[in-house]
Design a protein around this ligand. Structure first.
Ligand code: MUC
Ligand code: MG
Length: 384
């Protein structure tokens, strides 16, 4: 199967509606080492054991996206993603016209769960749509902004090292918004945020406990973090502890952000009804573009803020997040978590998103504008 390299052509492809068909959905497991291993309360990622999803067509164009297994959040593993993408989702999509994104989404929705696998397939289909129509994804989705502000996630480490990491990102790339990973002992979490606050007094800080605190620890840590000026507290305690989440929301003036409690449209609907969260983290890595757009609309209707979240994606995932974030007013206005591909020691793509003055622009090439380096893919893939 040939991969198109004609990314810069802007004329619509001369194909009649319905003339292009999906011929296969392929899942390629790969492993890229990390420079800085992501560590957080619910787990850690020793290497980027991700999956490259490729949606092939009989026009020779190939849509691409990346899936990141996070068993502690979704139950999906690299092996399960490879299995479901190459099996059920391949069978469901083969033969369909890739422009029929809603039909494709409804076929994918017939597979329950498997959010990350389905999210990546949706992104790869949108990449294909953009290539077929010769338009970048952010323009197809809404085209609101030319660039977006970046937020960087600071993983667990000693407080001084976390402050050094934030300072380096600020000095190198102009990033001024940081999501600090918390959910350890309250005194350590507070020390880490305080160290970053002292190093970067004007930085915009929020925290993510990945459900790591007990209710009592959340009270202890959250009260002090509020005084340090953090603007949201993401998933402080177990999401099953609905009463505890509500009590925390009533106690704090800082809003709770929903991430693990908001992994699909239905989850977001329930989480908003439950009344504890004031912010929703949208991750294209789990809800693609199609369902992420539905979540965004729901949040707009319910007057709930959104932030574009990250699963510590590689550059392919960050490219998709930037495209979505730039497409809509509500997402373009908030810093998006798009820098942590820089934690990787290498990547699959030739050009990674450029972060300058704390901002990143979506690719102007058709689709997601991804150029996978086949040599590096050959080096890192695990199936050959
Ligand atoms: C986050 O926001 O929780 C941690 C695990 C994962 O899948 O995403 C990260 C970041
Ligand atoms: Mg989170």
């Amino acid at each position: 199967m040939r991969l198109s390299t004609e990314l810069r052509t802007t004329e619509p492809l001369q194909v009649a509606d319905g003339m292009v068909r999906i011929t296969a959905v392929e899942a390629i497991p790969f492993r890229v080492p990390y420079r800085v291993a992501p560590r957080f309360a619910s787990g850690s990622v020793e290497a980027a054991d991700n999956v490259l999803v490729r949606v092939h067509t009989d026009a020779g164009l190939v849509g691409q996206a990346e899936a990141q297994p996070r068993p502690y959040t979704y139950g999906e593993t690299q092996a399960s993603i490879v299995e479901i993408v190459g099996g059920e989702l391949n069978a469901a999509l083969t033969g369909l016209d890739p422009l029929r994104v809603e039909l494709i989404a409804s076929r994918c929705a017939a597979v329950a769960g498997n959010y990350v696998a389905r999210g990546a397939v949706d992104l790869a289909v949108w990449d294909l749509v953009g290539q077929l129509l010769r338009r970048p994804c952010h323009m197809l989705l809404g085209g609101f902004a030319d660039d977006v502000a970046a937020a960087h996630m600071v993983s667990f480490d000693e407080p001084a090292a976390m402050a050094d990491e934030a300072t380096a990102m600020s000095e190198r790339l102009g990033v001024r918004t940081f999501k600090v990973k918390v959910g350890r002992a309250p005194s350590l979490d507070v020390a880490a945020v305080r160290a970053i606050r002292e190093a970067l007094p004007d930085a915009d800080l929020y925290v993510d406990a990945n459900r790591g605190w007990s209710y009592e620890d959340a009270v202890r840590a959250g009260d002090e973090l509020g005084e340090l000026g953090v603007r949201t507290i993401e998933e402080p305690i177990a999401i099953e502890d609905r009463a505890g989440r509500l009590r925390l929301a009533e106690r704090w003036t800082v809003p709770l952000a929903g991430d693990e409690s908001c992994i699909s449209l239905a989850h977001v609907d329930r989480a908003i009804d439950e009344g504890a969260i004031g912010v929703v983290s949208i991750k294209t890595a789990r809800t693609g573009f199609t369902e992420s757009r539905r979540i965004l609309d729901l949040c707009l209707a319910r007057n709930v803020l959104v932030i574009m979240g990250s699963q510590y994606e590689g550059a392919i995932g960050a490219t998709a997040t930037i495209a979505f974030a730039a497409a809509f007013a509500a997402t373009a206005d908030e810093p998006a978590e798009i820098t942590n591909f820089l934690d990787l020691a290498d990547d699959l793509v030739i050009t990674v998103p450029a972060i300058r003055d704390g901002r990143a622009a979506p690719s102007r090439a058709p689709g997601l504008g991804l150029e996978v380096d086949e040599e590096r893919l050959a080096r890192y893939r695990l199936d050959r």
